[in-house]
Design a protein around this ligand. Structure first.
Ligand SMILES: [Zn+2]
Length: 444
């Protein structure tokens, strides 16, 4: 017996269509019917604008515990990182599960149906492996399951502190020692329902050049996504130039890291040659505008990257806020500030980055669109709130991208399961309480 959802309005990739019926069987869309003015008998009504599920392509779940605490005083990315390491030092598999469950529930409430978790907090303090060496990664997978969203666990190789230096006191928890040891541990993690395993290179700072290809090969052997923080800070570029005589992008290219399964995260401070290399190899770009502005990183050349051939996705990264609509409009609005011209991306293009491209970057090419055969993952934005009321319905996509916020999300459906209903999470009943309790436990 198929499940039926009726959308008052639905965004079908190019335009907003009124009266769309979605039929779901075994977690997939088996029919997308237009021209249905009223809900068919037995259908669940989704009032507002239904979008494909939003993909949060870059997350560090534990950074959510820093919200607010890092907004006092001045500093740089590097001083922020010291505070971040303090929180990291307190996490255990149990406390990380509790925090991530709450953070992923917040994501579901924001319309996010899949998270790309860039995970490097592998071991106990001092670097001792847990009895299950993947206890932390499994805690994140379990947390996503309890919050009702999909996860791509991007298990991250983090082996050194800067070029040629051993991991510092904080970073010992992140390190497997060598890329071969990283690969052996990561190989024990398996894909399962709602879960994909991918790989990540923390950065060219954190993986020695002669071990980059080990990680790249591991991902290639599995057809898995491979992500890497790339040129977020000019200091990384300067250090790479001093150590290797080239840019981080060139170093990755020379060691076989770039390609269509690879996504560079941030891609902020690039040369023209870097942009051509990323675009020419089909390497993706994950922009995280709310984090990039929060950490004073700079504005990456997203438009130039896309024109060169790099698909764009979006992530909330440090979770200064968790709002993919804000990430989407920020990419356009940052470009307006830099160029002093408007209209670099349409609302449809920004939604495409937040949905289909984000899913593709995380290894879910069969999600992120409302089409027969796709995974039944979607979310509904209310069009009757103080932020979204007013415009004509055919401009609902523009309203959603340029005026709505995560607070306007009414429904989130993952694999046909109604995870968020009328603004309430069906599985984690008090998400604010879950966040408060799990974060308070870390600051005690
Ligand atoms: Zn990051």
């Amino acid at each position: 017996m198929p499940l039926t959802y009726w959308c008052e309005h639905a965004w079908l990739g190019t335009h907003v269509e009124p009266g769309v019926t979605l039929e779901v069987t075994d977690g997939r869309l088996t029919a997308v019917r237009t021209g249905t003015d009223t809900p068919p008998p037995g259908a669940v009504t989704l009032r507002g604008l239904t979008l494909p599920g939003l993909a949060n392509a870059h997350s560090h779940a534990f950074h959510r515990a820093l919200r607010g605490t890092v907004q006092v005083g001045s500093g740089t990315f590097w001083t922020w990182r010291e505070v971040m390491y303090q929180v990291a030092s307190r996490l255990t598999p149990d406390s990380y599960f509790a925090l991530a469950r709450a953070v992923y529930a917040e994501m579901a409430l924001a319309g996010i149906t899949v998270v790309g978790e860039f995970h490097y907090l592998h071991h106990a303090p001092g670097g001792t492996p847990y009895a299950d060496p993947n206890a932390m990664g499994e805690a994140l997978i379990a947390a996503a399951g309890e919050a009702g969203i999909r996860i791509t666990l991007l298990d991250t190789a983090y082996l050194s502190s800067g070029f040629g230096a051993a991991p510092d006191r904080h970073q010992q928890r992140f390190s497997d020692g060598t890329a071969d040891a990283w690969a052996e541990r990561a190989s024990f993690l398996k894909d399962r329902d709602g879960v994909r395993i991918g790989a990540a290179i923390h950065s060219v700072r954190a993986v020695p050049a002669d071990q980059l290809s080990t990680v790249a090969r591991w991902a290639a052997d599995r057809g898995a996504p491979l992500h890497v923080h790339l040129s977020e800070q000019t200091a990384e570029n300067d250090a790479c130039l001093a150590a290797h005589g080239c840019t981080p992008t060139r170093l990755l290219a020379d060691h076989g890291v770039l390609g269509p399964r690879t996504t560079g995260v941030h891609n902020t401070h690039l040369t023209d040659e870097d942009i051509a290399l990323l675009g020419g190899t089909g390497t993706g770009t994950c922009m995280c505008p709310t984090t990039e502005r929060d950490l004073a990183d700079g504005i990456g050349p997203a438009g130039a990257l896309q024109r060169a051939g790099s698909p764009l996705s979006l992530g909330s990264d440090s979770h200064a806020v968790i709002d993919l609509l804000e990430e989407a409009r920020a990419m356009e609005l940052d470009e307006r500030l830099r160029s002093r011209t408007r209209g670099h991306w349409t609302a449809a293009a920004l939604l495409h980055a937040a949905t289909a491209e984000g899913h593709a970057a995380l290894g879910w090419p069969d999600a992120g669109r409302l089409e027969t055969g796709a995974l039944a993952d979607f979310t509904t934005i209310a069009l009757d709130t103080v932020r979204t009321a007013g415009p004509v319905p055919r401009l609902a996509a523009e309203t959603a991208v340029f005026a709505a916020s995560a607070a306007d999300v009414r429904h989130t459906v993952v694999g046909g399961r109604h995870v968020v209903r009328d603004g309430a999470h069906a599985l984690v009943h008090d998400v604010p309480r879950a966040l408060t309790d799990s974060i308070a436990a870390l600051h005690r």
